[in-house]
Design a protein. Structure first.
Lengths: 330, 298
């Protein structure tokens, strides 16, 4: 049956990711493992940002801010109790009693990010196009300033380090599967079609009974939830969180993946995330050996500008390619 | 807190504001003519600062010539950016140009890091510029006076240029309606190029001033002034040159007074304050103070 091709693709992805995680966790060294985890986290980020930016056409740059919220919440919930007096001497008493294992902490982090997205959405979702982009960029800076100043909980610019290294390829693969599956289901549901309608022509969509605000809020909130999860995974992978790392540069990196992969194409985002993470990692030893810092970013930026000039909708556009979908498209 | 202290803060705010205004003018002109938020504009400030350093230290030119050379260099950079990247994208959705400008900004910053290293460099103007003058209870350096006066002269020149000359009329016509302007025989490409050149040149002069005022420059220095000048342009109404000037001064004064008049614990919230203002203005007053209601932004 041709129609079930996406289901087979999903099954193949789950099986191959499981096997891959098992093999790599047992065979590869820490450096390779870290790169694999970064790739997975970037896939989660790119696919979830695609939900906001690609499907709904809300050009949000605020993904790192949501990551920061999720990352800090997760980190504080799992922070080992015996290290607290040393790292966080002024930690508020009432927060001490909250301590969760990794998985529920991640979920709480994701929900926290989603809640922040809800609040942000109420205020900025009335803006359009690049004005929304600029407002969400301001939001990144506001979050950074708040994190820098709330030093009783976040240690300010020093950053929260000494986190447990919970993140491994199993966690990352699991979240990659969940993110891709949920975003896929959303894209091919009536909700997903509403999102695409809002992107293409909001007045027509509104006339046909699509609630613009709730569709946009939903896209922003779901995107932020996965960004929060990715933030938690990221923090527990590098075992440190600093406000400075959730910067516009990080936002830019995720945007590049979404734009190059195709605004609206899940397959495109996944492939672009893999290619870009690996490219950046390949440039890193080069940069360190030859002292040519910044080449990776220059190449990425150049590639982005070229794609925007010659193929503005990205490599796959809004389509999912035939090797995932089969011939018949829903 | 006496009146002298407040007067001093007002003077500081005016000086900061004149630099914001110079950068904001470029944002506004470019937005007005091609509806593009040129994110790379802040990095022209950085290029201007490094060009100043190069002209002073390696070529050893006298000061007014340095300023002219910096202006021309940055005009050139602006023209190249427009020609290579934004012209092929003309007519694409607005967000496309914005992402591209973000890419160019990252590229310029990293080219700076690659060729000049990320280490901050000291930047010093000749000694006489640092002399401190006193005027009643207010004190400032000669460089501050030069910054303020140069900014005012440039702004007046620009406003006259836009109002009186043929090029200025062409610019206003293109900003009004690009297709009709083309039908009237205006060379759109030249007009847009001239807009980018003038805007970038002014940003370059702002870079010279920024370096002279704060004494240190590095490849990432353009980021914050660029963003804040954009906020200034939004406050005044993007697309309006008098609006950009007004917005620049308002933002400069507001920022300095925020830090100067509130208790010191709040001063680290300065950037949050600026960008909070941006979001509030975008929501309640999307056309800014002097902007025209050209299209819906919110």
């Amino acid at each position: 049956m041709e129609m079930n091709r996406p289901r087979y693709s999903l099954a193949i992805m789950i099986i191959s990711l499981t096997v891959f995680s098992f093999l790599i966790e047992n065979m590869a060294n820490d450096y390779i493992l870290a790169i694999v985890c970064f790739t997975g986290i970037n896939i989660v980020l790119a696919v979830s940002l695609n939900l906001t930016n690609g499907f709904t056409g809300l050009f949000s740059l605020g993904h790192p801010a949501f990551m920061a919220v999720g990352g800090y919440i997760t980190a504080l919930l799992t922070f080992p109790a015996e290290k607290k007096p040393l790292f966080l001497p002024d930690f508020p008493q009432w927060l001490d009693s909250f301590h969760l294992p990794f998985f529920p902490a991640l979920l709480v982090g994701g929900c926290g990010a989603a809640f922040v997205a809800f609040l942000v959405g109420i205020s900025v979702l009335r803006l359009k196009g690049h004005y929304l982009a600029v407002a969400t960029m301001g939001f990144i800076i506001i979050i950074q300033v708040l994190l820098n100043n709330a030093d009783t909980i976040t240690r300010g610019p020093l950053g929260l380090n000494g986190l447990e290294d919970f993140t491994n390829t199993y966690w990352v693969s699991g979240w990659v599967i969940v993110t891709v599956y949920i975003c896929w289901k959303i894209k091919f549901s009536s909700l997903g079609r509403s999102m695409l309608a809002v992107r293409e022509d909001e007045m027509a969509a509104n006339a046909l009974g699509v609630n613009l605000f709730s569709t946009r809020s939903f896209a922003l909130i779901v995107g932020a939830f996965f960004a929060g999860i990715a933030g938690g995974l990221w923090g527990h992978l590098i075992t440190a969180l600093t406000p400075g790392s959730f910067s516009l540069l990080m936002s830019f990196n995720i945007i590049v993946m979404v734009v190059v992969g195709g605004t609206g194409s899940i397959t495109g985002s996944v492939l672009a995330a893999i290619i870009f993470t690996l490219t950046i990692e390949c440039f890193r030893p080069l940069e360190e050996n030859f002292g040519i810092y910044g080449v990776g970013e220059i190449v990425m930026a150049l590639f982005l500008v070229l794609v925007l000039i010659f193929k503005p909708s990205g490599i796959f556009g809004t389509e999912e390619p035939d090797f995932v979908m089969g011939k018949h498209k829903p | 807190m006496d009146s002298g202290y407040i007067a001093q803060q007002l003077v500081n705010g005016l000086i900061l504001g004149s630099m914001y205004a110079l950068v904001a003018i470029g944002f506004s002109m470019i937005y007005g003519i091609v509806r593009l938020i040129n994110f790379a504009h802040g990095d022209i400030v950085m290029i201007g600062a490094f060009a100043t350093l190069a002209f002073i230290e390696t070529v050893g030119l006298p000061f007014p010539l340095v300023a002219l050379c910096v202006f021309l260099t940055c005009c050139g950079v602006g023209i190249v950016i427009e020609r290579v990247s934004f012209r092929p994208m003309r007519g694409a959705p607005q967000v496309t140009g914005f992402i591209a400008s973000l890419g160019i900004s990252i590229m310029l910053q990293n080219i700076g890091i690659l060729t000049l290293s990320a280490q901050p460099r000291n930047f010093s103007f000749p000694g006489y510029m640092q002399t401190i003058l006193h005027l009643g209870s207010v004190s400032f350096r000669i460089i501050d006076l030069v910054i303020f006066l140069t900014a005012i002269v440039l702004m007046v020149t620009l406003v006259l240029l836009v109002k009186k000359t043929k090029l200025g009329i062409a610019m206003r016509a293109t900003a009004e309606n690009i297709d009709v302007a083309r039908l009237m025989g205006i060379n759109i490409n030249h007009t847009i190029m001239a807009t980018f050149a003038i805007g970038s040149g002014l940003a370059g002069i702002a870079g010279l001033m920024w370096g002279g005022k704060f004494g240190q420059i590095d490849p990432l220095m353009g980021y914050v002034p660029g963003l804040k000048s954009f906020v200034a342009a939004v406050i005044g109404g993007v697309g309006s040159i008098p609006g950009a000037i007004l917005g620049g001064f308002i933002l400069g004064l507001a920022e300095v007074l925020f830090v100067g008049l509130l208790p010191p614990i709040y001063s680290s919230y300065r950037d949050a304050f600026v960008f909070g203002t941006l979001i509030v203005i975008l929501i309640i007053l999307p056309n800014g103070l002097l902007g025209k209601d050209l299209e819906d932004r919110a």
